[in-house]
Design a protein around this ligand. Structure first.
Ligand SMILES: [Fe+2]
Length: 285
């Protein structure tokens, strides 16, 4: 309980990097080295929308990343309070701290977006203190029809015993609550916080004087895919034009828009996942 009274100097993650780039780099390195991708991806953020239902459902958050094993939800901790205000911004013009915008999507098991999902965020202030009397840095919102959300806040301060993190509860209508935490790459305490889970890393980059973070949730909600292939036994073609509904294997070559691409991860192609749109799945070559 004393943690709310303790304070630690806020230091924004100065080594926050463009995690998308890091991930792509890792993917390519793994591909070149013939390393199993899930192991190679440990410790780097992954976004659910960059992977797809390659013949089976996605894992549940926090394992919503390239088929890693499921991980249990994270503890709520002592500082959750119900009945937070409905708002997407937890700051005003005078709020101290490094501005942080968190965006992302909420998906179900078939990687279809989930709208009207309740997302309730809470976090420490710049000094690592939770507001247990009021509702500073607490707020809930609902995903839009596309499953998207945006949270405007600050980079939370550190408090004793924990690495930097956000708390969140996510609940699709009529479904159980997922309670978990989101983490920042490059934090020194990530390696010493026993709760830290690399599968819950956000992709964070510095933009001006602030930070932009991305994270996608996958909730344990069954969905019927609207893009089932006409054949589920299609193997990756060695060439040809990219086509939705095709199962592509790692290393498959296709053309799209006159450009050749190589498949980086086995997946079932879907509309909207054309090679230029999903660099985690395809690279030009
Ligand atoms: Fe916390």
């Amino acid at each position: 309980m004393d943690a709310s009274k303790d304070s630690a100097p806020d230091s924004a993650p100065d080594d926050a990097t463009d995690a998308h780039l890091s991930r792509k780099t890792v993917l390519r390195a793994a591909l070149a080295a013939g390393v199993a991708l899930p192991a190679a991806l440990m410790g780097v953020p992954a976004l659910a929308r960059t992977v797809g239902p390659d013949g089976g459902p996605l894992d549940v958050t926090p394992a919503c990343d390239d088929g890693d094993d499921p991980t249990p939800p994270q503890m709520e901790g002592p500082y959750f309070k119900p009945n937070s205000p409905r708002r997407t911004s937890l700051v005003d013009g005078s709020t101290p701290g490094t501005r942080l915008t968190v965006t992302g999507y909420v998906f179900g098991l078939a990687c279809q977006p989930l709208g009207n999902v309740l997302l309730d965020f809470w976090q420490a202030d710049v000094n690592g203190v939770y507001d247990n009397a009021g509702f500073r840095f607490r707020g809930h919102q609902f995903t839009d029809a596309a499953g998207a959300f945006t949270l405007t806040t600050i980079v939370p301060g550190l408090y004793p015993g924990r690495t930097r993190h956000l708390h969140v509860k996510a609940q699709a209508p009529g479904r159980p609550v997922l309670t978990t935490q989101l983490y920042f790459p490059g934090e020194p305490r990530n390696s010493t916080d026993s709760l830290f889970d690399p599968r819950l890393l956000m992709a964070v980059r510095t933009v001006g004087s602030g930070r932009e973070a991305k994270f996608d949730f996958v909730l344990n909600v069954s969905q019927t895919s609207t893009t089932k292939p006409t054949s589920t036994t299609t193997s990756s073609p060695g060439g040809g034009t990219w086509a939705a509904g095709t199962n592509y294997a790692t290393g498959a070559h296709v053309t799209y828009g006159g450009t050749g691409y190589v498949c980086l991860q086995a997946h079932l192609a879907q509309p909207g996942w054309e090679p230029p749109n999903v660099p985690a799945l395809w690279r030009a070559g």
